[in-house]
Design a protein around this ligand. Structure first.
Ligand SMILES: *Cc1c(COP(=O)(O)O)cnc(C)c1O
Length: 347
């Protein structure tokens, strides 16, 4: 087989949800946008529903329609982008709950789906989605009279516990919502870790479920193993890959692996990335190509058939560090070419 193998550990995924649920106090939802952070929304959502999640979050209505087909009629599915023009049929037919972000979206919802459930998203300083305080003040009585399912806001700096923005957003959220009966939600993964003041009625973890920081205690969920296509021996002075950026300084054994930047192994990880054979590191040699990696395996005592790039020796965040990015981007970039398998299914 020429493709890499992406293995999703469903037991680890469920354990991460349970661990975040135990921290959360109230209800714990699950964010499965962007195809379940690249790991496969149907598989991920079914696993989390079995673990006990009853409220799911997606970015756009189209994702919600697919998720409804996966999960059946019971779980709640919230849509962060709210009610966009043309979404009315999807929201109604799939029973989605749009998080209304503006007066414009509220008006659209009331005109098109007057009796359909909705939630509200408030902006407490991130300036990305949600109603501004003044907008909310003007709309609040009308919105609350229609009995929203949930009121949320989102923290901009929750992965930095000491950042003053956290307390500022918490205060703004309380100011805008204290005394309201509607269930409230402020925290994604980072906010859960900030403590009970941030939890309110429902939390919305994403990355922590999938094994990423800031949930340092997460169990790794994704493993990625790449087959070796070819091996060659170089004499000192020979070069490897595009641009001749790497030269052999000793007699060197180079393995060519099947996966590249088209598979989410982004080119920027270049010189810093490492492949692994068990706990032996094998450095990348030369540039990442579209479909191939070239790796120095001189120090391996034997010649393997595969090397690992996500494994116990190298987490998603380690790999992200090598590429100057975040675990979220590594996961959501993984792409469609891998053979995908799962382990640890409960039934
Ligand atoms: C993506 C997202 C989440 C989940 O965030 P994580 O950091 O992955 O836990 C929660 N809420 C909103 C509004 C989001 O956009």
């Amino acid at each position: 087989m020429g493709t890499g193998t992406l293995t999703i550990d469903l037991a680890a995924l469920a354990a991460n949800w349970r661990a975040l649920d135990a921290l959360s106090g109230g209800e714990t939802g699950a964010v499965v946008k962007a195809d379940g952070y690249g790991l496969g929304a149907p598989l991920v959502a079914r696993t989390l529903a079995s673990a006990g999640a009853r409220s799911f979050f997606v970015a756009v209505a189209e994702e919600g329609v697919a998720l409804r087909a996966t999960l059946g009629p019971t779980p709640r599915i919230f849509v962060f982008s709210g009610h966009m023009p043309g979404d009315g049929d999807m929201i109604r037919d799939a029973g989605l709950i749009p998080m209304l972000n503006s007066v414009e979206q509220m008006t659209r919802q009331i005109e098109i789906l007057p009796d359909h459930p909705f939630g509200l998203q408030l902006d407490t300083g991130m300036n990305r989605l949600g109603m501004e305080p003044a907008e909310w003040a003007a709309l609040r009585d009308i919105a609350l009279a229609r009995n929203p399912a949930l009121i949320i806001s989102h923290l901009a700096c929750a992965d930095e516990p000491d950042h003053a923005m956290n307390a500022a957003q918490l205060a703004a959220f309380r100011e805008m919502t204290d005394g309201i009966d509607t269930p409230r939600s402020l925290s994604a993964t980072g906010g859960i870790l900030l403590g009970p003041d941030y939890h309110f009625d429902l939390t919305r973890p994403g990355i922590g479920l999938y094994g990423g920081l800031p949930f340092a205690d997460a169990k790794p969920v994704a493993q990625l193993s790449l087959p070796i296509v070819q091996i060659r021996d170089l004499v000192p002075g020979e070069t490897v890959g595009y641009g001749n950026t790497w030269s052999a300084e000793r007699p060197t054994r180079i393995a060519t692996l099947s996966a590249g930047y088209a598979d989410g192994l982004i080119r920027a990880m270049g010189p810093k990335a490492t492949l692994w054979h068990g706990d032996t590191p094998c450095p990348l040699a030369g540039r990442v190509s579209m479909d191939l990696l070239t790796v120095d395996i001189t120090d391996l005592p034997q010649t393997p058939t595969h090397l690992d790039i996500l494994c116990p020796s190298q987490t998603v965040d380690d790999l992200a560090d090598a590429a100057g990015t975040i675990g979220y981007e590594i996961l959501t970039s993984l792409g469609p070419r891998y053979a995908r398998r799962s382990i640890g299914a409960s039934q």
